[in-house]
Design a binder for this molecule. Sequence first.
Ligand code: SF4
Ligand code: SF4
Length: 193
Amino acid sequence: MKTVKFAPYKRKQYWNEPQLTLWESAYLPEILRGLFITSRIFLRNMAKWMTGRKGALTTYYPEETRWDYAERNRGKHVLTQRPDGKPQCVACNMCATVCPAKVIEIEAGFDPADSAHPKFPIRFEIDYSRCVFCGLCVEACPEDAIRMAKETPGLPAEDRHQMWLTMDEMLSWKPQSDVAKPYPPAPRTGGGK
Ligand code: SF4
Ligand code: SF4
């Protein structure tokens, strides 16, 4: 009878996979080391708290609502406006189409009297409970009508149904950095001087 020999199974190694030492592979020492680190930080924070100093990096929300945002934070959406205060948006739906999370909902209106911008949004809402803050909507907009502003106050909510960002909020809320220079025109690329 013919016997079939299988090659010994060799587990694939990935380039970024950490190589464990014998000590780390023993499992128990690493568990004890983790417990030691957790206990040390816990006791240090307790000691600071008992002597009236701030220990853990905890923000007591909503009592404390200000903190430094990360440098790469994109922030909250705002809708830019024309000089007459109407939204710059022409309800073309490109932002809603490109949005990977499908969280932008737009209802378009039509005003034949406004020959320059006959189409405009009646309803423009973003569901922040599902937005992934990728910024693709800003990139896709042909009118520079939607931007993301760095300061992001009041973003968390206790109920996901309260996380719909309305058009009124996007039109009225101005970030601190934009108060002094409201919505400068976007730089145009190409063309002569
Ligand atoms: S930031 Fe990304 S996920 Fe959020 S509304 Fe824009 S395209 Fe959608
Ligand atoms: S925000 Fe820009 S991309 Fe989105 S519907 Fe308005 S004009 Fe179109």
